[in-house]
Design a binder for this molecule. Structure first.
Ligand code: TEU
Length: 534
């Protein structure tokens, strides 16, 4: 069942290239580093990896400012290294998707250099979004749009025009009404598809098209990414035509190449519009990510995500963390409780129907590093709010040994320093401890691969005590039942069969199981064959 439409239930591991593994000792992760650690990912039991941008970049936004879409930044290796990584990934039976950043380029991209050197109204300027300013001398920005990273989304150039950047000043937005822009990206997709990648994670997939006339937002205040704010620069209907053209392109290659949207749409319903048989294959489920440690909130988002996914006939994805948000051990309370909850959340997530994403380090139970020394903090998002920096979830992985940088590379340092107490969280240490987070992920992923009721499919809610979720994944031969207690007290739940896995200690007493707070359990259940159920 797995091969044909592999992405419908794939577990995809996010590699943040800078911080995964360093091969040359400069303290920065790179492509040969990833390649050397592929056996770790194969053993973990994931189906695919998504590698964040490794293209030539001035690194104003750590690679999300691309200066050349068809090459590899020397920091991360060479094109030959990319080829070798793709080949080796496939040899190990894994798939690999890469990041596509189509909303903006780097300000050092040759197109932008050319735009700056060309006069207002020139074809070179038309690849970006240049406008005259407001006010008698044009000294006011063309409209009231704010950058996601804070401040006006417009920057003025010496001849008096302004250019749009929804993110950093160094990330000018492209003009997707320009046919040359569309043709160029189709060509970039082809370039990587020819090299053998299995698909693309599409950055800011909801942002490429802006409302005609670039109207004012008209209100000010905090823009929430998933709120009901209707913004003239996000989630405009016009983006769907671009995604449909990419789907046609992806489908023209053999082997189910996929597109996954990084789209912040206001509701699961709007998000589902990005995933259709003629559009993208997947979209990250940020509604699931942002639901707190609360049974009702989780249940509602799961129900709503499955309902809307079924409407468009696509599987949903489940995401707990990525390189843009505080690590979920910390979001769930930090310390021992945060870790316990993250363990339980892993079992909940991997039991849900559809595809799941794992952000590197969550399988080690890493928490946000909240006390990085000031001089290391370089995330452009700190311009909006110094506490909004994303550095703390991007600290390199601890692999082995007793001292930082814990086998991250052959050098003496890592680009962000690693906490000394991570000596207890190294891959080496956790691999030999059956109670570790790593062992929990390995076992859960092994069961997920083998159990016929997991992966793609549907879910049936079962009656459960307050603050507890319980559901069954059914198929004819066997079922898998999952329960998670998100409350503060132990609850008694009926045990439908033998326990397959639990995130912490549990006690079975006859037909009942006592489920402690912050704990999840998987049971093997009888299948539905003969029970009259579908
Ligand atoms: O993120 C898009 C995005 O909207 C993020 O800014 C996110 O909402 C925010 O960080 C939450 O705090 C993508 C990339 O994932 C991110 O790393 C880049 O900075 C951004 O695009 C610009 O390319």
């Amino acid at each position: 069942a797995r091969a044909a439409r592999w992405w419908r239930d794939a577990v995809i591991y996010q590699v943040y290239v800078r911080s995964f593994a360093d091969s040359d000792g400069d303290g920065i992760g790179d492509l040969p580093g990833i390649r050397s650690r592929l056996p770790y990912l194969a053993e973990l039991g994931v189906d695919a990896l998504w590698v964040t941008p490794f293209y030539p970049s001035p690194m104003a936004d750590f690679g999300y400012d691309v200066a050349d879409y068809r090459d590899v930044d020397p920091l991360f290796g060479t094109l030959a290294d990319a080829r070798a990584l793709i080949e080796e990934t496939h040899r190990l039976g894994l798939r690999i998707i890469v990041d596509l950043v189509p909303n903006h380029t780097s300000d050092r991209h040759p197109w932008f250099t050319e735009a700056l050197a060309s006069p207002p109204g020139s074809p070179a300027r038309d690849r970006y979004i240049f406008r005259d300013g407001r006010g008698p001398d044009g000294s006011q920005p063309p409209n009231d749009w704010e950058s996601v990273f804070g401040g006006s989304a417009w920057t003025r150039v010496p001849d008096g025009q302004w250019y749009l950047h929804l993110f950093a000043v160094e990330q000018p937005d492209l003009n997707w009404d320009n046919p040359e822009v569309r043709a160029e990206f189709a060509d970039v997709l082809r370039f990587w598809l020819e090299l053998g990648v299995d698909g693309f994670r599409i950055d800011v997939a909801h942002g490429m098209v802006k409302a005609p006339g670039l109207p004012d937002v008209g209100w000010s205040g905090q823009v929430t990414m998933l709120g009901d704010n209707v913004l003239p620069y996000f989630d405009q209907d016009g983006v769907h035509e671009i995604h449909r053209s990419w789907r046609r392109l992806l489908d023209s290659y053999p082997g189910e190449r996929i597109g996954v949207a990084e789209a912040w749409a206001p509701t699961p319903e709007r998000l589902a519009a990005y995933v259709r048989p003629d559009e993208l294959h997947q979209a990250f489920n940020f509604h699931y990510l942002t639901a707190g440690w609360d049974a009702d909130a989780k249940r509602e988002v799961i129900t709503e995500s499955l309902r809307t996914a079924a409407l468009v006939g696509a599987p949903t994805t489940w995401v707990l963390s990525n390189h843009d948000v505080k690590r979920h051990v910390t979001r769930y309370g930090g310390g021992e409780p945060g870790l316990r909850r993250a363990r339980a959340a892993a079992l909940l997530t991997l039991a849900l129907p559809g595809s799941a994403y794992i952000y590197q380090g969550e399988e080690l139970g890493l928490a946000e590093v909240e006390d990085l020394p000031e001089e290391y903090l370089k995330d452009p998002q700190r311009a909006r709010d110094p506490d909004a920096g994303r550095d703390g979830c991007r600290v390199p992985l601890p692999w082995s040994g007793e001292e930082p940088p814990f086998g991250f590379g052959p050098g003496a340092t890592s680009w962000l320093p690693m906490p000394a107490h991570w000596r207890e969280l190294t891959v080496e240490r956790q691999a030999s401890d059956p109670e570790s987070m790593l062992s929990l992920y390995r076992r859960a992923l092994a069961i997920r691969r083998e159990h016929p009721a997991l992966g793609d499919g549907t879910l049936r809610w079962l009656p459960a005590p307050p603050e507890t979720l319980m559901f069954s994944r059914d198929c004819a031969q066997r079922s898998l039942v999952c329960a998670i207690n998100m409350g503060e007290h132990a609850v008694q739940v009926p045990a439908p069969g033998p326990v397959l896995l639990s995130s912490g200690p549990v006690q079975t007493d006859g037909d009942c199981l006592s489920l402690p707070p912050d704990t999840a359990v998987w049971w093997d259940g009888a299948g539905t064959a003969g029970s009259g159920e579908e």
